[in-house]
Design a protein around this ligand. Structure first.
Ligand SMILES: Nc1ncnc2c1ncn2[C@@H]1O[C@H](COP(=O)(O)OP(=O)(O)OP(=O)(O)O)[C@@H](O)[C@H]1O
Length: 462
């Protein structure tokens, strides 16, 4: 967590005495308070110096305070805005919250509620502001990638560092962790152009070679004209080889040769040409294991992973989930013009789930909940059973793990408990357990043979 003393707070009010009083109070409490006489001045200040939080009056000449609120939400969504309003009607307050105000205070207000609100606003927005800071310091190449947890921060700084090198980069990580976004970020920061992408798993083996290297007219049946390959088309830029683990073994030595020499020979051509192409490869496979098993060439593997970026699975950076959700909600609001919010229970649910399909699954899940949730608010009940059940299951699994149960014991207890709940009806129990009936019978026979120990609680007690 960042230390919020010294945070920059803009105080926007056209009423000079009021403005100065607030500034004095904030300075006395260790904030860097900057007075702004109007909305324009405030926007100017945000663009040049930045700000961590804004306290603004809502009625000012020049630009209305609520217009300022909207502008800030759009340009600097990470900066919380506390609105000060003279008319404290409920309608106003609701309109303000809908427009994105973090909090509002009625005039005249006392010092302590203002200080409390500022402290809370800074605390709650800290991860978003940190992310924005990182993105700004690294240029705009990270703008699609959300994350403020330590593994993502270290990834961002690695991206900036590897971008300028001409060496190949290997990006690994489970499916849906953002490998393609990382490839794009590396490319963007590299100042190379253009970026071409090929999915090695999506093109039939025979075609991949001519897709990559091109072919000469008449090289094979059907090659009626000369064809440029991706290496040629990407000259001066980056070639992203997605799903490199799927590249056929027969093609791998050719790719290695091209990477090492920079020379490409089209299929059916005798002459080689020199191209300047930076390779980024990605895979969700364990390439080292593929090498062990003879499915991937070791020399190519080592050549590709000169620079290696590893994307952690989402469950290992759950702290990023609220940020990612926030980004998706904003993207979706921008597309649909309808802004929906999540209830705290829904946010909790999403933050706690283990997301085997990583960010892609989170995005898809959220998108469908946004479509199907009837009102403006998406609650935990709008997410699939499977996700809600997993959280309940976690409690059960945790207590089993705490008791030191083996998998076999857990299974046995679960079977007996299901049978007990269903009054001993084996057909229904098998159905609920999702196993064939004969499997259930076999298990019960095994337990009986073990001496009918019954549930582990009973056996460990005896
Ligand atoms: N850190 C992130 N911030 C925002 N969106 C992300 C992030 N990581 C992934 N996404 C989104 O998740 C989805 C999957 O990302 P991407 O296609 O880059 O994953 P991948 O690792 O390449 O997956 P695969 O191995 O299946 O090809 C995309 O919609 C992407 O925009």
């Amino acid at each position: 967590m960042t230390d919020e003393r010294g945070a920059t707070v803009l105080v926007v009010d056209d009423d000079a005495p009021m403005r100065h009083t607030v500034v004095e109070v904030l300075l006395a409490h260790g904030y860097r308070a900057v007075p702004c006489a109007g909305a324009r001045e405030a926007m100017e200040q945000m663009q040049t110096e930045g700000a961590d939080l804004v306290v603004t009056d809502l009625r000012m000449p020049g630009m209305k305070g609520d217009a300022l609120l909207r502008e800030i939400r759009e340009a600097f969504p990470e900066v919380p805005v506390i609105a000060v309003t003279a008319f404290g009607s409920v309608e106003d307050a609701m309109a303000l919250t809908r427009a994105g105000a973090f909090d509002y205070l009625e005039k005249p207000f006392r010092t302590q509620p203002l200080l409390d609100s500022i402290e809370r606003g800074l605390r709650e927005s800290a991860p978003r502001r940190e992310q924005a800071r990182l993105q700004r310091s690294g240029g705009d190449h990270l703008d699609e990638l959300v994350g403020s947890t330590p593994p993502m921060q270290s990834l961002f700084s690695r991206i900036a560092r590897v971008a300028l090198s001409p060496a190949p980069v290997l990006i690994t990580g489970e499916s849906g962790t953002g490998k393609e976004l990382v490839a794009r970020a590396v490319h963007k920061a590299s100042h190379r152009r253009p970026l071409l992408t090929v999915n090695c798993g999506a093109i039939p083996d025979q075609l991949l070679e001519s897709e990559l290297f091109g072919h000469a007219r008449g090289a094979f049946t059907g090659a009626a004209t000369d064809k440029r390959g991706l290496f040629q088309a990407a000259d001066g830029g980056t070639l992203f080889l997605d799903e490199i683990g799927e590249m056929p073994l027969s093609l791998q030595p050719k790719l290695l040769r091209v990477i090492e020499s920079g020379e490409v020979r089209r299929v059916g051509d005798v002459n080689a040409r020199q191209y300047n192409v930076r390779i980024i490869a990605a895979t969700n496979r364990d390439l080292a294991a593929e090498v062990e098993e003879g499915r991937f060439r070791e020399d190519l593997y080592w050549r590709l992973r000169v620079l290696h970026l590893e994307l952690p699975p989402l469950r290992e950076r759950a702290g990023d989930i609220p940020l990612i959700v926030d980004r998706f909600l904003r993207d979706s609001a921008a597309r649909s013009g309808m802004r929906k919010t999540l209830t705290p229970a829904a946010v909790h649910l999403l933050a706690e789930f283990h997301w085997p399909g990583n960010v892609r699954q989170l995005r898809n899940t959220l998108e469908s909940a946004l479509v199907f949730a009837p009102g403006d608010e998406v609650g935990a009940e709008d997410f699939p059973d499977e996700i809600r059940r997993a959280l309940g299951n976690r409690e059960v699994v945790r207590s089993a793990a705490e008791r030191g149960l083996s998998l076999a014991e857990l299974e046995r207890d679960y079977i007996f408990e299901t049978l007990r709940r269903l009054g001993g009806n084996k057909s229904r129990a098998a159905e609920q357990l999702g196993i064939p009936r004969r499997t259930l019978y076999r298990r019960l026979d095994e337990y009986a043979a073990e001496g009918g120990k019954g549930p582990s609680g009973a056996s460990s007690g005896g």
